[in-house]
Design a protein. Structure first.
Length: 118
């Protein structure tokens, strides 16, 4: 099992920045990739970005490309989502997720609220 704990959400004005963290614990040696998703009420969960745990390769949704940056700290078993040039439409609950090489995203954090005011 892998446990994930997000932090760093909050309220920010449009154009501002925020950094989210996701700390993993448990069987972290089995983690292949970690990702961020977001969800607003009444909508499906939306993919934001993913980072490969060993190589650090990243991939982003078009809606955040160029504004959001994923990074990882292997020693701390933590990934970060640096969000810049935030827009009101980025407002959502952001979830961290992890997957092993042979599975889908089986592990999820509790979510952290990000609110961008106009």
């Amino acid at each position: 099992q892998v446990q994930l704990v997000e932090s760093g959400g909050g309220l920010v004005q449009a154009g501002g920045s925020l950094r989210l963290s996701c700390a993993a614990s448990g069987r972290t040696s089995s983690v292949f990739a970690m990702a961020w998703f977001r969800q607003t009420p009444g909508k499906d969960r939306e993919f934001v970005g993913v980072i490969n745990w060993s190589g650090g390769n990243t991939y982003y949704a078009d809606s955040v490309k160029g504004r959001f940056t994923l990074s990882r700290d292997i020693a701390r078993n933590t990934i970060y989502l640096q969000m810049s040039s935030l827009k009101p439409e980025d407002t959502a609950v952001y979830y961290c997720a992890a997957r092993t090489k042979d599975s889908d995203y089986d592990y999820w954090g509790q979510g952290t609220q990000v609110t961008v005011s106009s």
